[in-house]
Design a protein around this ligand. Structure first.
Ligand code: 4AD
Ligand code: MG
Length: 431
């Protein structure tokens, strides 16, 4: 007997195969049973016809419970009606483990209940689709940066520095010293770019932010490329090409998952280079004209502002040249204007908000030292970072893409809590 998986059944049309699976759902009458089977690679319907299988096999199909594990043997058939295209005509079934009272039934459950059962909820068709899309984005990320000549470098997670400001640090003890969980690997990636030229990282980052929005996680994953000899404009080009690549990869490789989620693909097909750009000044003017009467030059944007700006575009939009006062200490000032920096946030369409923050970095030693002082940062902790500007300093730039917000946008999922296997939220450390 050929043992295979659901994703591979297309190779065995009209042949008999065995699949290890779980019973996602079941429907039966006196003469026929329909089993919704899942095995991690996909979902397929198994049809058990009483007249065509031994009585014992039919009884076991009728009595098998939701989420029991089984080995099913059957003949693969093409099925034009199913979104998957195949079904299994079941010939025999062996129950491996009989599940009793699986808590997540096909009825509606509240979000808190589902989050308490996240370890089981992950098995659902919808959560499976989101995790597959997340995986495809990660795969396409490595593909893109490897093809563009980047090396992957892994920055530390336990650190003594605070690249994005001191208010959101996750403090911990490092034996007798104070340490923090990394809120961004950027500073280390700058050191790596001086050694390897073009580098990227992919790892967890932590923000002890007391935010309870659909865009905020306490622990999230970030992709952080950093490039030597790279100026502001070159940086934006890499970002738009990267984002277009991951969107097109998901469209190509996850059609079933997008369909499962009911994601409108028409909007995603439009995500090609180049992306529109507006300056912070233009964005403020636009918002004031749109009726946001209170917003003034120097204010940061909230979610409603970002959504209003994004609504004017079909693609993600770069907002560039923010006021220096709104951004971290390391950003390069605009040479023609001291009050703004060479930075850009990339705002996703459809109200998903900022998915990338990036900038050119200060490469002048004296200016960087001044900024560290102005921000009251501990000079000793940044000694190594300043030294990067003492030995062959070069213009360099980079950015950070938040994986979960990107998954939410591409999947069309409302809240980031569904885009990471085990979300860490303000009031949630379980499971
Ligand atoms: O804009 P941020 O804070 O930028 C940095 O950390 C830079 N050091 C990156 C760099 O230049 N290497 O964060 C980057 C992205 C945001 O655009 C957002 O997508 C995501 O990280 N992000 C979060 N995602 C989920 N939950 C949170 N609390 C997030 N905070 C930031
Ligand atoms: Mg940001």
């Amino acid at each position: 007997m050929t043992k295979t998986t659901i994703s591979q059944v297309y190779k065995y049309v009209d042949q008999e195969v065995t699949i290890g699976a779980w019973i996602a759902n079941k429907r039966s009458s006196g003469k026929i049973a329909f089993l919704q089977l899942r095995d991690g690679t996909g979902f397929i319907q198994g049809v058990v016809v009483k007249a065509e299988v031994p009585e014992k096999a039919f009884q076991s199909a009728k009595s098998v419970t939701q989420e029991s594990s089984v080995y099913v043997t059957g003949k693969v058939q093409k099925d034009e009606r199913s979104p998957f295209g195949y079904e299994l005509l079941v010939m025999g079934m062996e129950v491996i483990h009989h599940a009793v009272d699986y808590p997540i039934t096909p009825k509606e459950h509240g979000t808190e209940f589902l989050m308490d059962n996240r370890h089981l909820w992950l098995r659902s068709r919808r959560q499976h689709a989101v995790m597959k899309i997340r995986n495809e984005i990660i795969r396409a990320t490595y593909e893109f940066f490897n093809e563009e000549g980047f090396s992957k470098v892994d920055p530390p997670i336990l650190t003594g520095s605070a690249p994005e400001g001191t208010s959101e640090l996750f403090a911990t003890k490092y034996f007798d010293e104070d340490a923090y969980l990394s809120q961004s690997g950027q500073l280390y990636m700058e050191a790596a770019a001086m050694a390897l030229g073009k580098v990227f990282s992919f790892g967890p980052t932590f923000r002890a932010e007391k935010s309870k929005t659909r865009r905020h996680l306490i622990e999230f994953w970030m992709i952080e490329p950093e490039m030597a000899f790279c100026e502001f404009d070159d940086n934006l080009k890499v970002q738009e090409e990267y984002v277009a690549h991951i969107v097109q990869s998901v469209l190509k490789n996850c059609p079933i998952e997008l369909k499962t989620l009911g994601r409108e693909t028409e909007n995603l097909e439009k995500i090609t280079v180049p992306f529109p750009r507006i300056t912070y000044d233009e964005a403020i003017k636009f918002l004031q004209e749109k009726g946001f009467a209170d917003i003034q030059w120097g204010d940061d944007f909230g979610a409603p502002h970002e959504t209003a700006i994004a609504e004017s575009y079909e693609k993600p939009v770069f907002i560039t040249h923010y006021p220096t006062s709104l951004k971290p200490f390391y950003m390069q000032p605009d040479p023609t204007r001291e009050d703004v920096v060479l930075c850009a946030d990339l705002i996703a369409p459809e109200g998903y908000g900022e998915i990338i923050g990036g900038s050119e970095r200060i490469h002048d030693y004296e200016l960087l030292k001044k900024r560290i002082e102005e921000h009251n940062l501990d000079m000793d902790a940044y000694k190594w970072y300043l030294e990067l500007r003492q030995y062959g300093s070069v213009p360099h730039s980079g950015f950070g893409l938040g994986l979960e917000r990107t998954v939410a946008w591409i999947s069309g999922v409302e809240h980031v809590r569904e885009t990471i296997p085990f979300p860490r939220l303000l009031n949630r450390l379980y499971p």
